[in-house]
Design a protein around this ligand. Structure first.
Ligand code: G4P
Length: 526
């Protein structure tokens, strides 16, 4: 039992999120370098699909290959076991990222000092806020010209709607970037632009030490003291409890490319970030320290080889010890399964594991048993909550173009939806199938995969929709009246829930005004 508690306490499972190009891949790589999981910079391939490559299938296939290898990066750092969950770089795969965020205990957000908060960061932060996920912010690229640090802090607060507290502070920026004062540890690190070398530390007692003037220059030292005074005046002391509740985000400054400010970030992260927390199931709250194993599938990765339609299901362990070959119940089917070849991801290598602990992710080879959101337990009937679907942003009718292959098409659509590639809605009025996605790229991925993996052909037909909203009401008559009035725009999602397809913002607002007894939800979790 004590092992279980110790193993939980040393685990830090998190994701790094950012707008594309802010430096997520570079920061991930530097963290792996510190963890000894890789030995040279450049070892982690960028998992980005370049923005121009929307129709480049090779690029998509390559991406799928790379992202299996980097889906989970586990390594030991001091006494800690760190699991970094990768999130796709391309924003058309945002839905994958949302789901990955349900499997982490905290998040590091990377922001480009010149660009500030960008659209994708704002969206991902909304998901973190929904779940009160603790976030640490790393302001990157201080070696380049960028914005004033106080301006960035204001923008972070306003745009991400979270209080911030700097725990390090930059001295100069761009060509005049001298280094970072680490408020958390009261240390000073000087910047030497060098991609491989770790920064030089100056021994100081506190910020008033004359060694600071010597190291960075008198003018800069005076500015630093003034800034720190202002910080202490404006921002309350760092409060770990508030951070753990997702109310305040500590902020670090640095340059991932130059491995500068990264170790400070990591050292503080392991100390303050949460170990696996209790998780809500429909039936009750599950504590990670409970002896009985439980976990859920948050991601399914299709095999690269279309001849073997096998996948890897990624299971986040929520409680107890997971053991290879132990009998576990797959709640949705009621079947008892044994997993002979679960894999874990350590130091970039995938290998079969005999056991794993709460916070860890195991990959389970699968041939269609699992769906996103499935629960596995040692026997108890539990259903983990909270793998939300969000209203898609793009919609198209999917039509079969090869009548001989309608079964294959049906199966292909089912399985791709189980994997969470996109969302399927069936129009209640005419039975037509509508696929909803976050970006254009998914339509191309679906069409390509249906053909190559299932031998089915489809074509897309336009449908002009603004949003899909899940609707409910305590008043059955009101619900029935709404569905009658909007019968052409009512659809059913895969779980059979009612979804209203609004074709414009105006129509949605009118519907909300006209039917006050109906509740409209923009995510499936309510
Ligand atoms: P992403 O995963 O968030 O999309 O970003 P990624 O790490 O790929 O970084 C995007 C670009 O920003 C890369 O340049 C990377 O080298 C650069 N970069 C990351 N951190 C820093 C930093 O601290 N300072 C500076 N000056 N640049 C930084 P690229 O030219 O797009 O790619 P590459 O050819 O250098 O790999």
């Amino acid at each position: 039992m004590s092992t279980l508690i110790d193993e939980i306490a040393r685990r830090r499972t998190f994701a790094i999120i950012s707008h594309p190009d802010a430096g997520k891949t570079t920061l991930t790589e530097k963290l792996l370098l510190f963890g000894g999981a890789i030995h040279i910079a450049g070892a982690v391939k960028s998992n980005k699909i370049k923005k121009t490559a929307t129709s480049d299938w090779m690029e998509i296939e390559k991406q799928r290959g790379i992202s299996v290898a980097t889906s989970v990066m586990g390594f030991n750092y001091g006494d800690y076991k760190i699991n970094i969950l990768d999130t796709p770089g391309h924003q058309d795969f945002a839905e994958d990222t949302y789901r990955t965020l349900t499997a982490v205990d905290s998040v590091i957000i990377v922001v480009d000092v010149a660009k500030g908060v960008e659209q994708q960061t704002r969206k991902l932060m909304e998901v973190c806020r929904m779940r009160n996920t603790p976030v640490i912010i790393f302001v990157n690229k201080l070696d380049r010209e960028g914005r004033d640090a106080f301006d960035i802090l204001d923008e972070l607060e306003a745009e991400l709607k979270i209080s911030v507290r700097p725990l390090s502070w930059p001295i100069g920026i761009g060509a005049k970037f001298k280094g970072v004062y680490n408020i958390y540890e009261n240390t000073l690190d000087l910047f030497t632009p060098d991609k491989q070398k770790v920064s030089e530390r100056v021994e100081i007692d506190n910020v008033d030490d004359p060694a600071v003037d010597e190291a960075v220059g008198e003018k800069e030292a005076a500015q630093l003291r003034e800034d720190l005074e202002l910080i202490d005046g404006v921002y309350p002391e760092f409060d770990r409890e508030a951070y753990l509740k997702g109310q305040v985000a500590p902020v670090f400054f640095g340059s991932a490319l130059n491995t500068f400010g990264v170790k400070e970030l990591l050292d503080c992260f392991v100390e303050i970030a949460p170990s696996p927390k209790p998780i809500e199931a429909v039936e009750r709250r599950i504590d990670p320290a409970e002896e009985a194993f439980s976990g859920f599938v948050f991601k399914i990765h299709a095999n690269m080889d279309p001849n073997h339609r096998s996948c890897i299901a990624f299971v986040k362990i929520c409680s107890g010890k997971f053991e290879r070959n132990a009998p576990y119940k797959h709640i949705r089917s009621g079947k008892v399964l044994r997993f002979a070849a679960p894999t874990a991801f350590m130091a970039q290598k995938k290998s079969i594991v005999d056991e794993a602990w709460p916070g860890d992710i195991v990959g389970i080879p699968d041939t269609g048993t699992f769906k996103i959101g499935d629960t596995l337990t040692a026997g108890e009937e539990l259903h983990f909550k909270g793998l939300p679907s969000f209203s898609p942003e793009m919609f198209k009718y999917i039509e079969n173009t090869d009548p001989m292959k309608s079964k294959q098409l049906e199966k292909g659509i089912q399985q791709l939806m189980d994997e969470g590639v996109a969302q399927l809605f069936t129009n209640q009025f005419n039975g037509r199938k509508i696929i909803g996605t976050v970006g254009q790229l998914q339509f191309e991925v679906i069409q390509y995969r249906l053909l190559h993996e299932y031998g089915a052909q489809c074509r897309w037909e336009p449908i002009s929709l603004y949003k899909a909203c899940w609707i409910e009401s305590d008043d059955e008559d009101a619900l029935a009246a709404f569905k009658r009035r909007k019968h052409q725009f009512m659809a059913t999602d895969r779980e059979g829930r009612d979804v209203f397809l609004a074709d414009s913002n105006y129509v949605l607002q009118m519907a909300q005004n006209d039917f006050p007894k109906i509740r409209f939800h923009f995510s499936s979790e309510f």
